[in-house]
Structure formats: C-alpha cells, structure tokens
Ligand binder design. Sequence first.
Ligand code: X90
Length: 277
Amino acid sequence: MKTRIVADSSCNLLELSDMDFISVPLSIRTDQDEFIDNNKLDVDRMVEHLLTHRGRSYTACPSLSDWESAFEGAEQICVFPITSALSGSCNGANIARAEHLASHPEKKIHIVNTLSAGPEITLAVWKLREFLIAGMEFEAACREIDKYIQKTSLVFALKSVHNFAQNGRISKLAATASGVLGIHVVGKASTEGTLELCAKIRGTAKAYAELVQRMLQMGYRGGRALIGHVMNEAGAAAIRRALLHTFPNADVSYHPMRGLCSYYAEKNGILIGFERG
Ligand code: X90
C-alpha cells in the first residue's frame, strides 16, 4: 500500500527524503499580488516586498481541491495542517478527507490536530517519517504521532505581530508595542493552538536568552529542537549555540522558513519547535 505524508506549507518543508511527501501551499496576498507558498516562491523577496508595501495583505488556506489532489494516488495518508484555531486549513483538510473517502472508502486518511505551526509540525513530520522507515504499521505510527505532538511545544520571538493584528488573529491590544524599534514579542503556542504572548523584551540578545529560558521552564531537556527563522540565520545560529552550551549533545538544527510562516513571523522572526522531557 502506498503511504504518503501531506502537510500544508506552514510546515516549511518542500520535500522529505525517502518518503512520498506533498506540501499543499497556502497563499499570501495583497490587493495587487499573490504569492503562492510553493517551491517557486522567492521568500526573501516576498518579505522585503511586504516590508515596503503600504496597503493591506492577507493569507488564504488551501482550497478543497488542493487538498483532494494531494490525496490522489496514495492509499494511506497522514496529513499535517496548521493549527485549526488560526486557519481554515485543517477544516478544509477534513472536508476534503470526507469527500475523498466517499469515493475511495478503502483508503486511510489521518489528520493530525497540530494546534501549532512551523517547526513543531516539522518535528512531527520527521518523527512520522522515522516511524514509517523503521517499518511501523501506518495506523500505529499515526497514533504515536498524536502522542508525540503532546510532548512537543513551540516558542517564538517576533519583532512585530502587525500581520497577525491586521488579519484579526490576535487582538489589537495584544499587539500594542509590537513594531516598536528594538522590542521583541516572546510567546508560545497555547494549548488551544493560539498565540500566547508572554513578554515584551528590549534587545535581541535578551530576547533570545528569554526564549531559551522559556524552553527550559516548559521542559526542554536536550531533545530535538528545530529553529525556523526569517532571513535571520545569525540569530538562529546564536540560539543553537546557547542551547548546545546547556545540552552539548542536543540535536538542534535551523532552517529558513517558507512563505506563510515568514509572512506572519516577519523579517528576523524566530520560531522554535522542541521536544519536552
Ligand atoms: O488560513 C490562513 O490564511 C492562514 C492563517 C495562519 C495564521 C497563523 C500563522 C502562524 C505562523 C507565526 C508564529 C507562531 C504562532 C504559533 C501559533 C500556534 C507562525
């Protein structure tokens, strides 16, 4: 039976080695332009373009047919949409699943309730890949992933939450002081899958120290961590060094994020997905 992993583009992966994988793009829009978050998108150019863009901008989740075509041609599919608390992506995946199963009742489609975005989802995709490559049976692997994601978390440091406020995904009040020069908003994905803003920190070094501190408080003990950044490799590398200073054997990597996360996290933004315990 053909097994596939499908994620929407909030997971920042374009491919997955030794695994049938499809990324379903969200899109980022202004009144003039549309940026489809696929492998053709020049993310840095989009980020720079939006920095100088004066009008409104939006995002849109994948269409039902985008989801359904990602289900074609495989019999066992595990799906990773962005948090259902902030996007219609998960709802769309569920509707497409029901429609697809109506005409293909023999298939198995599992949708993971990620309640997160970016690197935390990537960790779960990587773990599922490991389970499947190790020969674990599909349904058992999906059950293990539902458990795994309970033991991972996401923290972030953003210099602006303007695009969240603009799109009504956090309150304007919560966004106060965001965008003020030198201020970083440090927060985490809440258990409901929304943004929880924890602190406003002046200065980059202090903000990153706060991120590491939060990770420790939340139970990071040197497991796998993935740092997603927006045009900020130096920042990601510095955080990685700080984590390795405390946990020399930790498996910490970083990568630039794709369009959707880069749009919301904005230039220099950092997201960290990590294993607890
Ligand atoms: O449906 C759509 O238009 C997409 C909306 C997505 C909104 C959330 C984007 C999150 C991107 C930014 C920081 C981490 C937030 C974690 C919350 C769970 C990542």
